[in-house]
Design a protein around this ligand. Structure first.
Ligand SMILES: *Cc1c(COP(=O)(O)O)cnc(C)c1O
Length: 373
């Protein structure tokens, strides 16, 4: 068997630590994906995730990572040559624009400085300049630790022919989502972030307004991702192709845990502990990255002060403490480190993060003052 340190601590902004209860559920016998036992699992998953999304939409599940669900959201509504507006304030916005380009959409990129939030007024003005099929945003930009005001964006897009598509891969379950109330047409997410599961399940929730576009006769190249097939199947508690049955059993268990804690309590825990971690890091001399009052509750992004290098901090945290945090895999490489505050974590995890970070910074020669949160 693979040997993993008993002190291994997964503190990434995804994938995240998975509770024992969920891992036990995943270890149950593999089920027939078209049998009664699994239909009950899938039905329960859909029932339990709807309140997390704040929706009465049908919810679709795919065997995929989050990026697959992002691609699915576009191939079902954007025909080649149609125009989309992608709002970009970090790495995942870049990814969404790249996906849109790859499927032959006309892509307008609305750039916001990384570390700031998407400005709804700028989106509103841009939306008036062309006929857009969709406005695409990242709900929680994991690369910068900033979230988007989906309520404000929903107001802008709601009364236009455009659809509002939101990537809430790293938000859903940890950051408030009221899809129906806010007017978000397609929310995509995946299992391995605030939903406390291993990677492997992509999720899409699709509004009535979006279904009208999904169901068009217009030629949109799609097969595996076809929402029409997925919807027909989910009505019978099935998926069109083999479901990742074990992961879905895990997802149900994770959702049961979230409901038992209380969805409001889950969100409050994310708010409280993300603030606590951020303040503790600030006290150590690591400033919050960016300038925004829309700081994520699921990921803490920190600016790395000269002469330190983010990669060295990440490496030392792992080698010395077996605490796995993230650097940056983009233009901010070396300058930003990120710690997940999503899913299955408590105040004890935050205290340990700060302890390990303090020791690490001291090891690297940074003049650490006392910094207990
Ligand atoms: C993690 C993440 C994704 C998905 O990444 P995958 O590796 O494909 O699961 C997409 N968007 C955001 C904002 C993310 O944080």
């Amino acid at each position: 068997m693979l040997s993993i340190s008993p002190f291994y601590r997964l503190r990434l902004p995804g994938p995240t630590a998975v509770p024992e209860r969920v891992r036990q559920a995943i270890a149950l016998p593999v089920l027939n994906h078209r049998g009664p036992e699994f239909r009950a699992v899938l039905g329960r998953a859909e029932e339990l995730i709807k309140p997390v999304l704040g929706t009465t939409n049908p919810v679709l599940f795919f065997a995929s990572s989050g990026t697959g669900a992002m691609e699915a959201s576009l191939v079902n509504v954007v025909a080649p040559g149609e125009r989309v507006l992608v709002c970009i304030h970090g790495q995942f916005g870049d990814r969404f624009a790249a996906i849109a380009q790859s499927i032959g959409a006309e892509v307008d990129q609305l750039q916001f400085e990384w570390g700031t939030a998407i400005d709804p007024a700028v989106v509103a003005a841009k939306l008036k300049t062309a006929d857009y099929r969709a406005v695409v945003v990242i709900h929680n930009e994991s690369s910068t630790g900033i979230y988007s005001d989906l309520a404000a964006l929903g107001k802008i897009v709601r009364d236009t022919p455009a659809l509002l598509i939101a990537d809430s891969v790293s938000g859903l379950g940890g950051l408030e989502m009221r899809q129906d109330e806010w007017g978000v047409d397609i929310v995509v997410s995946s299992s391995q972030k605030a939903l406390m599961c291993p990677p492997g399940v992509g999720i899409a929730s699709v509004s009535a307004k979006a279904w009208d576009i999904v169901n068009r006769e217009t030629k949109m190249p799609r097969f595996y991702w076809d929402f029409r097939k997925a919807k027909k199947s989910i009505e019978a508690n099935e998926t069109p192709f083999t479901t990742p049955v074990s992961l879905m059993a895990g997802l149900v268990e994770a959702l049961e845990m979230m409901h038992a804690e209380g969805l409001d309590n889950v969100l409050a825990r994310h708010r409280k502990l993300s603030v606590r971690l951020r303040e503790g890091c600030n006290a150590l001399g690591l400033a919050t990255f960016g300038k925004s009052n829309q700081l994520s509750t699921t990921v803490v992004a920190l600016a790395v002060p000269e002469p330190l290098n983010g990669g060295d901090i990440v490496k030392r945290m792992y080698e010395r403490h077996k605490t796995v945090i993230a650097g940056s895999r983009n233009k901010m490489q070396g300058r930003v480190i990120r710690i997940g505050t999503m899913g299955f974590f408590t105040d004890g995890d935050i205290a340990t993060d700060l302890l390990h970070l303090e020791a690490t910074l001291a090891d690297l020669g940074w003049p650490v003052k006392a910094a207990r949160a």
